[in-house]
Design a binder for this molecule. Sequence first.
Ligand SMILES: Cc1cc2nc3c(=O)[nH]c(=O)nc-3n(C[C@H](O)[C@H](O)[C@H](O)COP(=O)(O)OP(=O)(O)OC[C@H]3O[C@@H](n4cnc5c(N)ncnc54)[C@H](O)[C@@H]3O)c2cc1C
Length: 468
Amino acid sequence: MSTEIIEKLKRAVGPEKVKTDEATLNERRRDWSVTNALADMQGRGAPNPACVVNPKKTEDVVNVVKICNENKALLVPFGLGSGCMKAIHTTPETVLLDMSSMKRVRKIDKKNLIATFEAGIRGADAENAVAKEGMMIGHYPQSIDVSSVGGWVATRASGQFSSAYGSIEDVVMALEVVLPNGEVLETRLTPRAAAGPDLNYLFLGSEGTLGIITTVMFSLRWKAEKREYTAFYAPNMEQGFELQRYIIQSGWTPPVMRQYDTSETKRIFEAHARGDDCLLIMVHEGPKGRVEAEIKECQEIAKDLKCDPAPTEAVAEWLENRNNVHPWETWLEQDIILDTIEMAATWDKIGPIYRNAVASLNKVDGMLNATAHSSHCYRSGINLYFTFAAKASDPLKMEEIYYDCWNRVMEAIIEGGGGISHHHGIGRVRRDYMPAEIGESGVNLLRKLKKILDPNNILNPDILIPHE
Ligand SMILES: Cc1cc2nc3c(=O)[nH]c(=O)nc-3n(C[C@H](O)[C@H](O)[C@H](O)COP(=O)(O)OP(=O)(O)OC[C@H]3O[C@@H](n4cnc5c(N)ncnc54)[C@H](O)[C@@H]3O)c2cc1C
């Protein structure tokens, strides 16, 4: 990239907000995806961007976007880099827009239960700000300590308590977004609207390709009066799915509903595993009377379906350890290639997809672990979160094995009629499966939208939409 563009950026936003030092560039090159981590380990990682810009206000973002647009320079927004889909992978031509410098709490409105945050605020800081006032956003992704609220919107995230409190689209009320031509769009702060298509949805899941999210307004909840736990054994995944379906279709909404297959139950809940059973753990939250009624009904439903109660210590242990994760490198350094793949499907399709995906993964040479759990439950279906880990006989084959595993799971999902992603998004890893998800007409529509909004193709151009 020409130094002229970097100089223009410095003049527009102030030189202190445009960094070109090696340490900053290196830190902002990539997201948390396994392939990025593997490429780094093998000495072929993402090159440094040309510069990292730290905007402090929306006007800074507008100035950066306008300069990049006029000069046709690549612009990649970065929240906190916890994305798993290789959506951030810079080149020496990239201007990296580090949104983590826009991290103010703008307003907490107790009467209307609305909080307004700058998009780069860390999720945990946003949640703590409202928790101090007795409220909650209710969006608790495992990455809450390492992800931004703008990143949540851009990736269409889902939190661990989603079965009652919804995923990110259910808590976003309004957005401020800088469009690729520098215009600022503010969506209306209203509990509901019938004013044409909902423009928030244009940016939910847009992964930084259609605009820069600068402000996020969330609808809040008062903190729950009571929290209790239940857990049940199910003889197999299908029976556990039935138990969850009956509970949720009866109108009960435990915010946490997580069902682990036999292998994951033995691996994660060693002390509580019973034979080859699967384990369902649930958190019940809300007004005291409703929690008590919900537990009683869930116990009745479980009894009818012959699912025995399991120790609730399993739930307490999960809550305690739920955000502890090892860096990918722990395994990659042992030539073990691994990842997680989340998806969703309707109730009639989920069982066969689970069986076929796991069976296909187990055919991969060196497969150590091919398992799944569900963690987000809906009236019309459920998600699954597959985990695979395979030992490579040749470390240079790790990436090939990685994509073979992904392909097997994607094929099982597509053949089984499921949706290819539940909450991690698309990035580069899933991009070429998009035609199977939304059809050629869906892909063409996304291409047209991208061309209209971003005719110079400056915003994170290599992800989400397959190349023509
Ligand atoms: C250990 C771990 C656990 C995780 N658990 C969960 C989970 O429980 N639920 C879940 O949904 N996800 C989870 N994730 C995935 C990840 O945390 C989410 O995708 C998160 O929403 C990304 O936020 P971020 O700020 O880190 O975004 P980044 O990784 O920085 O960016 C992600 C994408 O959004 C774009 N982007 C970021 N900020 C903006 C902005 N302000 N405007 C426009 N585009 C932007 C980027 O260009 C990129 O395409 C997990 C990841 C890890 C590593």
